[in-house]
Write a protein that binds this ligand. Sequence first.
Ligand code: DC
Length: 220
Amino acid sequence: MIVVAIDGPAGSGKSSVARAVAAQLGYGFLDTGASYRALTWWALDQDIDLADEDAVAGLLGTFTYSSSLDPDLESFAVGDVDVTAKIRDPRISLAVSAVAQNLRVREWMKNSARDLATHSGFPGVVAEGRDMTTVVFPDASTRILLTAREEVRIERRAGDVAGRDLAETTASVRERDAKDSNVVDFFTAAPGVTVVDSSDINFSDTVSAIVDIVRAGSDQ
Ligand code: DC
């Protein structure tokens, strides 16, 4: 199985970059943050207290998550509910870290990501998240940490979410990174992981840089 594993903090542009890399290579695309968001949506929909780790972990037995791996088709569902738009709601972005810190949830998500990649039907998969290079696919063919300076990430996030001011975005990006990095370190590259810093390069150059790294790796 060919896996390109990409990790990075909020606002590094990971998701759109990884999707474009997958499209260029003809690979599937796995947005693992979406699965944490989908579980968060489902828990909130059932009025589960996200701080109650047992209650959240208890949902996993009946959590039927499905995801399109086609980089040209963004689509996520829980059971037969299409949650593609729902999981991007700021309400979910605010709450998701609590779910992502639940270790039983992380174990389930790890197995789910591996399973989705194994059965993708594509010749390879680009998997994007926080622990792809270290925990989920430590033996991936290519492992990349996509970073950007904090002020650049904040500006990009502010641009993504219309109507949000810079101070609000700064607070939310910092808070989420701080909470998320309690359970997994996505600021420092593990041994063997290539760092791509997108602070001073545009979107398409970032995509090309990663595609080049993947191709260079497969020539060896
Ligand atoms: O990348 P994102 O913003 O969609 O991620 C949503 C949340 O899930 C975020 O709080 C970090 C967490 N996450 C994680 O802990 N591990 C992953 N592999 C992917 C996301």
